[in-house]
Write a protein that binds this ligand. Structure first.
Ligand code: SF4
Length: 374
């Protein structure tokens, strides 16, 4: 087994390809897979496509040829994350306590960093699970009755740009009765190696779409893969003005671009927010010092451990600044062509709240790390 190392330098993780192959060849297993937004704009580079080119359809088709039973898009989980994180932000603002910001929680590299270096910040970190874990919990819950009836076991796999996600799935907080909601994480590079191993001609394969009933997602969910994307999606959700003009205004609020620190003000319809978007842990550390010394004040802080966000994750093909930028632009292009721009416009999300998630949002969509209690 070969080892990969997380960009945070804190986590060493094993390669899960052989375990996934075993599950794929086991007739008693239903193997479901989800694909993170950042993967679709990078995986093609290994097969001759430009950075940023959307190869989601080809990736779906390749996963089916590898033997996966159902293929889903993590952007659906990102839509759920936005619904929950925006609600948390609104609740915080309404409480009147603006002394500390709400920090995002979807990057496991950042969460681990906060736990080890800044435990005093844990009460301010969102309790939302990452999009991968939210969709993972939905999928295991959805297939549980079918598993019982058909005497099968659902194995949940996630294709991620990230090595730290392997660590996340191993955490006790993301297991129910000792069974993880997501069983295995394959990095983009590991998936590339499996595609090559079996001889799939990725450049020639026809694109296919993801499976029902979890196929609908918004553009807001897709931009999660780039620094600033989570914040832009959350702001789209919280501002009262839902007009196309407001959407355009949000685009130019300063969340976009590859800078490691972006400071933005949201002044819309009575909402007055000061927001920081940071990527790279050195940038996060410098910002935390300013917040803790009182030099800076924010209401919301997005932190991604990898400079540039998930498009530049350690599990992706190697990227310089140019490739990172092009991958980010690829995600914004997908958002532009998406019919649904806001997470709350996604009818699937609303159906989930009315049905599978009814009275279970806390259990399935939230997590409590040690030290988070206020
Ligand atoms: Fe993983 Fe990096 Fe994305 Fe964090 S920013 S979730 S470490 S790829």
């Amino acid at each position: 087994q070969c080892a990969a190392v997380c960009p945070t330098g804190a986590i060493t993780i094993k390669n899960d390809q052989s375990e996934v192959w075993k599950a794929l060849y086991d007739p008693n297993k239903r193997v479901v897979v989800q694909i993170a937004p950042a993967v679709r704009v990078a995986i093609g580079e290994e097969f001759g496509f430009e950075p940023g080119e959307n190869t989601l359809g080809k990736t779906v088709a390749a996963l089916r040829r590898l033997g996966f039973d159902y293929v889903f898009d993590t952007s659906v989980g990102a839509d759920l994350t936005i619904m929950e994180e925006a609600a948390e932000l609104v609740e915080k603002l309404e409480s009147g306590d603006r002394s500390m910001p709400l920090f995002t929680s979807c990057c496991p590299g950042w969460v681990r960093y906060a736990e080890t270096k800044h435990p005093e910040l844990m009460p301010y970190i969102s309790t939302c699970k990452s999009p991968m874990q939210m969709l993972g919990a939905v999928l295991k819950t959805y297939y549980a009755p079918m598993d019982k009836k058909e005497h099968k076991e659902t194995v949940s796999v996630a294709i991620m740009p990230c090595t730290a996600k392997k660590y996340e799935v191993s955490r006790e907080e993301f297991k129910k009765n000792n069974v993880p909601y997501v069983d295995y994480v394959l990095t983009t590079l590991e998936l590339i190696s499996m595609i090559k191993e079996i001889g799939i001609l990725f450049d020639r394969i026809e694109g296919e779409s993801t499976d029902m009933p979890f196929a609908l997602h918004s553009g807001a969910g897709e931009i999660f893969g780039v620094t600033g994307g989570v914040t832009e999606a959350a702001v789209r959700r919280v501002v009262a003005d839902k007009s196309p003009k407001a959407l355009k205004d949000i685009e130019f609020m300063g969340f976009r671009g590859m800078d490691g620190v972006k400071i933005c003000e949201v002044d819309e319809g009575g909402l007055n927010l000061r927001i920081a978007v940071v990527s790279g842990l050195a940038n996060a550390e410098a910002l935390i010092r300013k917040i803790e010394s009182g030099e800076e004040h924010f209401d919301f802080v997005e932190v991604m451990a990898c400079p540039g966000g998930c498009v530049a994750g350690a599990g992706q093909p190697f990227a310089r600044r140019k490739e990172k930028r092009m991958r980010g632009e690829g995600l914004y292009k997908l958002d532009k062509s998406s019919q649904l721009k806001r997470s709350e416009e996604n009818p699937l999300v609303m159906d989930l709240y009315d049905d599978l998630l009814k009275n279970r949002t806390h259990e399935l969509l939230h997590v409590h790390y040690k030290g988070q209690e206020k």
